[in-house]
Design a protein around this ligand. Sequence first.
Ligand code: HSE
Length: 318
Amino acid sequence: MNLKDNLERVKVFAPASVANVSCGFDVMGFALQEPGDVIVASHTDDFDGLKIVQVTGEEGMLPTSVEENTAGVAAQMLLDYLECDAGIALEIHKKMPLGSGLGSSAASSVGAVVAVNRLLGAPLADKELLQFAAEGERVACGTAHLDNVAPSLMGGIIFIRDQESVDVFGLACPKPLFATVVHPQIEINTEDTRNILRRDISLKKAVTQWGNVGGLVAGLLKGDYDLISRSLHDEIIEPVRSVLIPGFDKVKEAAIKAGVLGSGISGSGPSVFALSSTIEQAVDAGKGMQQAFDEIGLDNECYISKVNEQGPQILEEH
Ligand code: HSE
């Protein structure tokens, strides 16, 4: 990226993401081309320090105090690290629903740290911003898991080998991958759906799961669609969480019927995702999945995109 000096205002798009990718609970995620949040950071002489001056899109739903807002916390952590107390006004334009399983809080946190870092002349590299964006996740759902923030910040499909040491890397797939994500209009709280998960699992289930995780990673790196497809299963989390998503089995069945590589819960739900090797399959899957939600009277929205390799985008700066 070309960096301009003395910026007054930076506007950033940060993408939504699909976390877990079936078998990879807390260790895998990929970025979408849409939806995403737009965050604006501007210098101001009106006050010192960071303030959230505007929230649009989910008015009244999001706290506007820096300490309680995911984007605010992430940006403040970055500013503390940089020992910067300059006046910075933050605008948060929510372009996707909260509690959707699309990494909404992560997108806001990522947009905030990218915008503020750039406004300050980009003292840190993008990957270094991950630890700060992750703190926004801690506010949103109690843990600083990286499987939404890392793909939203870095783009592509990301693997998290270790959360504590922020040991993360991209899984570059040589073949095209198309995502279909259907969001039914209900809200699911990530923290609640984490609390209902079993703490103990059988060795048999664990073996199946890590076999699938290894298969999925290898399938992505080799561009082996069959291996990806055989591995896109979740023996542990999906059976517990899917009962919270009305019509889940029928929606997944509709995706599989359209010939997708695999389908499952996007993040902690309620959105359901599918991965396809062609755009036609992704579109067909979307129609079937939407119809399945329609049949039970659940309003829904469908997003279809290639895996977003780029991550955040600078929309404007001056
Ligand atoms: N890995 C997380 C979960 C993603 O499934 O709880 C949701 O933010």
